[in-house]
Structures are given as C-alpha cells and as structure tokens.
Design a protein around this ligand. Structure first.
Ligand code: FMN
Length: 457
C-alpha cells in the first residue's frame, strides 16, 4: 500500500440472518427468528462491537419451489419497522437499517416511517431501497407485474425524490413553541410534487429528524440499479465480495459518481460476507466445511439444481452425478427468489463441465457454486483479510451475515474486532451519535459530520 494513502476505517454492519440458505436453522445452537430476544441479542452484540448498523433484509411473499413453500421462509420475518423501532429503545448508538420496497409503498408513508425511526432512535435510521424483481411478489398487492424493470427504478428514484422533499419541507425556524404568545409553529409549507408516478400536495407531519435524511442504502445490480445507487445512495449493499469482483465493482460504482456531482467518499461499498473462525487455520477450514454441508443439505442441493434445470429432479441422488437431461427452459419453478442467472442452459453447461473436471457430486457442486464471500481462518487472519480488502479498495467494509441466529456474531466481536482495532483500522469508541457520523457521511441539514480520519483511533 502506498504510504501517501491515508488508512481507511473499516465499516462493519450486522445482517440479522433471516431467510436465506446461509442461515442454519437446523443447528441445535440456532434459536428463534421471531422472538424479540433474538433481535436484541444480535443488535447488542453489534453495538458492543462498535458496528455501524444492524441490517434487516425484506421478503414480501413466502417463496415457492415446485409449488411448495421453502423451508427457510417458514422461519418467519416480522415487520421491519416494528422490529427496528423496538430496537431503538434497547440500543444507543447502533444504526438501524431496514430494507423496504419502493415498488409497493407510497413515498409519503415511507418518508413518515423513516423520519419517525430517525426521531425515535436519535438519528440512527437507514433505508435500503429495493425494487423487488418479480410479479409473483406483486400479487400480494394485487398489482402483479405491473411495473417493468426499468420503471421500477424510475419509481424508486421518484419515491426517494418525494421523500427527500418532505424531509426538507419544514424550514429550520418552523417550531416556535412560545407559550406566552400561544404560538407553537409557523405555517408549514405545502410540498407539491407532480411526476410520472406521483401527484402529491402534502404538509409533512414531522419536523426534520436528527439526520435530516435517514441514510439511504441500495441493493440491486443491473445497470439501472447501479445508476440509481450512484445517483442516490449513501451506501451500496452488494454481493460482489471477492477481491477481484469487489475491486471491479468498487471502481465501477465510484466511477459513476462524478456525473451526479458526487465525491468519491459520499458512497460506501459494503458487500455481504460470512465468516468462520478457528484457533488454527486448519480448524477454521474444518468448521467451514461442516457449516457448508449444513447450509446445503441434500434437499437444498436438489432444489438449487431444479431452479436452473426448470424441472423436477427429485429422483436424482444428491451424492451422485449431475443429471444428463437438459434444462427445460422453465425459469418459474421457483417463485419469489432474486434470480441472478439469466440463461439456464449456459449455467447448466458450465456446471456440468465443472462437475466433470473436478469430479463433484450434485451436492458438492452446489456447495461450490453457491458459496459467497467467506472469511475463514484464525481471528488474526480474518482481520488481516478484511483489512486488506478495505485498504485495497475492494470494499469500504462488510455487512456480516452470521450463519447462526442470534449468537453467530458473538465470536467475531470478541475475537476479530480487537484484532482490527490493533491494526488501527477500526474505531475503539463511537465518535458520534448518528449513523451518518459512523459512516463518515455529511448531514444534509448542515450538521457538522465526523471526518473519516478522526474515527479510527
Ligand atoms: C445484494 C442484494 C441484496 C438484495 N436484498 C433484497 C431484499 O432484502 N429484499 C428485496 O426485496 N430485494 C432485494 N434485492 C433485490 C433488488 O432490490 C432488486 O429488486 C433486484 O436485484 C432486481 O434489480 P436489479 O436487476 O437491478 O438487480 C437484493 C439485491 C441484491 C443484489
């Protein structure tokens, strides 16, 4: 690393490991996904570790595979605002980030909900703006498939534009609160918005919240999604977590900022990552192998294969070779899951070639191809790797996805955070009170922000 480049602070966030196949619900150490105690445990652990924020994903409809509900979805997913507002009362500094869809919600309602969370938490709210990708989810709202992909991002952009106008709509001196004169507030100006999606005339119901604008996150990877993120978001939640893919994505996103008049540091890149620790590298590898087999059980392996093949493969042995039949081209076998593979035949061909070359069974192949960024090693090794990714611009930090609920982060906070602190890459105390402070972001209503360099000690 060049000596002229200042050391970057590592940003860390905690993903509540809800509905996905990273979560090992079958492990005896796994507890409820719904009890408030589970949320409190993970949030308090993240705060003890001085993390930037706690993160909730969102799924609006139980996914179906071959007409059946996914086992993973049955673990449940309580309402995001209810959970985050409750957590605001039992944490003090931790940011509280909620994934909320812009396709099926109204901007006035969203602006009110996030401003409320920002008020109640003293400036710790974040909104991960997602658009959702399928008509199946839309059926929940009797609007199945009514928006094309690009229109979803137009609606998302207009939703954020309206929300920002509402958050900005109370002038700074609106609240008078003069008991003697009997004047509470000056007149609140009306916000007018006439756009392609919304035609709104509103007086907003709340004064500016502590952050002015709650932090905006974005997750979505198409060109439209990346443009929306570059124009709008304070941070991106991404799957590009490996060193090479991370660096390419990082450079691409930062390169898009200038045309929106934004500076390099105004957008943080935060890939998802899992981790497995051990007292020795060999022990960590062994644990990681065991966990991957828990995450991809025999039925899960077949289900993943069926998603690509588009047909029932239940007659195949998960420990045997890949099917010799061709994919059917039916991509609707699984409904409600974000689809990243566009061409099933090409994927099937590539998987077959890999399985043959490396002599892999169905389950072994699925374990390999569904692996996401994973840090495996001793606490010192994991800290070193995370730091390397951040210092070499593959990321600004990570949203950690533990495989166990709710205790999966405990070991990381107890053993890896001190290593990162020792390297001088991670804070030893919170320097500010708001999530914008933690992320080193500007406060839109001119509140002074804490600078990057001042935060890592
Ligand atoms: C890393 C990542 C995480 C996502 N998390 C969610 C989520 O929790 N809930 C959701 O409804 N959509 C989620 N999405 C879906 C996106 O918001 C978006 O609707 C979808 O990826 C289609 O847009 P795209 O083509 O731009 O990727 C996620 C996407 C990515 C890439």
């Amino acid at each position: 690393m060049s000596s002229t480049k200042p050391r970057k602070s590592v940003h860390l966030a905690a993903h509540f490991p809800g509905v996905n196949n990273t979560t090992v619900w079958s492990d005896p150490a796994s507890k409820s996904q719904i009890d408030f105690e589970s949320f409190v445990h993970l949030a308090r652990t993240a705060e003890r570790g001085l993390f930037d924020f706690f993160f909730l994903a969102e799924g609006l409809r139980l996914r179906e595979h071959l007409g059946r509900i996914h086992d993973l979805d049955v673990v449940g997913r309580p309402d995001t605002f209810t959970v985050l507002n409750a957590l605001a009362g039992v944490t003090e500094k931790l940011g509280l980030a909620g994934t909320i869809n812009s396709t099926y919600n109204e901007p006035f309602e969203l602006a009110k909900q996030f401003a409320s969370l920002d008020h109640l938490s003293g400036g710790r709210a974040a909104w991960n703006v997602v658009t959702s990708s399928d008509a199946f989810t839309g059926e929940n709202f009797r609007r199945g498939g009514y928006l094309e992909h690009s229109d979803r991002y137009r609606r998302a952009a207009e939703t954020v534009e309206v929300a920002r106008a509402l958050w900005d709509s109370w002038p700074a001196d609106t609240l008078v609160v003069d008991r003697d004169a009997g004047v509470f507030a000056k007149d609140i100006p009306e916000t007018r918005h006439r756009g392609r999606q919304f035609d709104i005339a509103a007086r907003f119901v709340l004064p500016p919240s502590p952050q002015g604008h709650p932090v905006l996150l974005q997750a979505g990877d198409s060109d439209d999604g990346r443009e929306f993120g570059a124009a709008t978001a304070d941070a991106i939640f991404t799957g590009h977590g490996t060193l090479e893919a991370g660096r390419t994505f990082y450079a691409d996103m930062k390169g898009r900022l200038a045309k929106y008049g934004r500076g390099h540091d105004e957008l943080k890149i935060l890939p998802a990552a899992t981790f497995v620790l051990g007292d020795t590298a060999a022990e960590a590898e062994e644990r990681a192998r065991h966990i991957r087999y828990q995450q991809v059980g025999p039925q899960t392996a077949i289900a993943f294969l069926e998603q690509v093949w588009g047909r029932d493969l239940s007659g195949y042995d998960p420990d045997g070779p890949l099917p010799d039949v061709d994919p059917s081209g039916d991509v609707n076998i699984t409904r409600g899951r974000v689809r990243h593979a566009k061409d099933p035949r090409a994927v099937a061909e590539a998987w077959r070639a890999k399985a043959e070359a490396e002599n892999l069974s169905i389950r072994e192949l699925i374990i390999e191809v569904t692996a996401r960024q994973q840090f495996v090693g001793t606490p010192a090794e994991v800290a070193e790797r995370i730091d390397e990714y951040v210092q070499t611009d593959a990321a600004d930090g990570f949203i950690l996805v533990p495989h166990l609920t709710p205790g999966g982060l405990d070991e990381f906070v107890d053993r890896v955070v001190p290593e990162l602190q020792e390297r001088g890459s991670f804070r030893t105390e919170y320097a500010g009170d708001t999530l914008r402070d933690h992320l080193g972001l500007r406060h839109p209503h001119h509140r002074t922000s804490v600078h990057e360099g001042a935060r890592a000690s």
